[in-house]
Design a protein around this ligand. Structure first.
Ligand SMILES: [Fe+2]
Ligand SMILES: [Fe+2]
Length: 303
């Protein structure tokens, strides 16, 4: 409650929470009903839909890696606001993993295979874990940058909204808003513990070597398992939907060079208005997620 909030500088202040710094972990309870189309994830298209199976498969292990790489440095952070942001970030990522696990069960029940990208990416993450903790954190900052740009696409891409399953869209919308809310946290930790541009460059190289192959490889294998690799006409349609002029991934790829600028900061991605618009649509009483958002009152009281 607002009356119990004390300023961070107060010597008697209790630790701030994630909700008090605008990063509230929201508990969701998504249900995924049967849908008629096999490729319900995007555009009724195998290539595009299997990419979303890959995304959902890799989020739980990926987000665990993000959390661990930040947790390693948490005790070195003395700024109470950043400590609260870390708490909010940890809570949000943990809950994202939980709901993606449920979506992955749903994919499995429909004969799709999120376990394959999960296995491949866990192998890549184990290689990243051999590097120094600050390089692992740099990798997290790079992946959070791209995730934040993916999040913008989840919220704004009209073809995605028009062709994806309505229930699954709710999960992506919730995940996207929270990714934007916490997009600066890992990077602020990285800066506070002395992270450098050289480490960011190294992180991009590490991700190209250890993460791009399992992601692309598992996507291709899912297509092969599905007997869809030779379906040229459909695959051309999927490539256009993902990489064409207004393709779902086109803007995400364009954002990659930003991360390597010397003065990069995630807040340069201006998303405040987008976040405000979607929080209003999703989380208010009677909003799109009123049935799924199970701790709405607690979040409102804690904010
Ligand atoms: Fe997440
Ligand atoms: Fe994240």
């Amino acid at each position: 409650m607002s009356t119990s909030i004390q300023t961070p500088s107060s010597p008697v202040s209790r630790a701030l929470t994630g909700a008090q710094v605008g990063i509230p972990p929201r508990h969701m309870n998504f249900r995924f009903p049967e849908t008629a189309e096999r490729y319900f994830a995007f555009n009724n298209n195998a290539l595009a839909s299997q990419l979303f199976v890959v995304f959902s498969g890799i989020f739980p292990p990926g987000e665990r890696f993000f959390m661990e790489s930040v947790r390693h440095f948490r005790e070195r952070i003395s700024d109470p606001v950043l400590r609260a942001e870390i708490a909010g970030f940890m809570g949000q990522e943990a809950l994202h993993g939980r709901e993606h696990d449920k979506l992955n069960d749903y994919f499995r029940a429909r004969g799709l295979d999120p376990d394959l990208p999960d296995r491949f990416v866990r192998f890549g993450l184990r290689q990243l874990e051999r590097f120094a903790p600050r390089l692992q954190l740099a990798c997290t900052t790079a992946m959070e940058h791209w995730t934040a740009h993916l999040a913008e696409q989840w919220l704004t891409h009209t073809e995605f909204a028009a062709t994806s399953d309505a229930e699954m869209l709710k999960l992506w919308y919730w995940h996207a808003v929270e990714e934007l809310e916490h997009k600066s946290v890992a990077y602020d930790v990285f800066e506070q513990v002395g992270g450098t541009l050289a480490e960011r460059r190294a992180a991009v190289a590490m991700l190209l070597v250890f993460m791009a192959p399992p992601i692309l490889g598992s996507w291709l294998l899912l297509m092969a398992k599905d007997g869809q690799l030779g379906n040229w006409r459909e695959n051309a349609r999927g490539i256009k939907a993902l990489f064409g002029r207004d393709g779902f991934l086109t803007a995400v790829f364009k954002s990659i060079p930003d991360y390597l600028k010397a003065d990069f900061h995630p807040s340069q991605q201006q998303t405040m208005a987008l976040e405000a618009e979607w929080k209003q649509r999703l989380f208010v009483e009677g909003g799109m997620l009123s049935a799924e958002f199970s701790n709405r009152q607690a979040v409102a009281l804690a904010s």
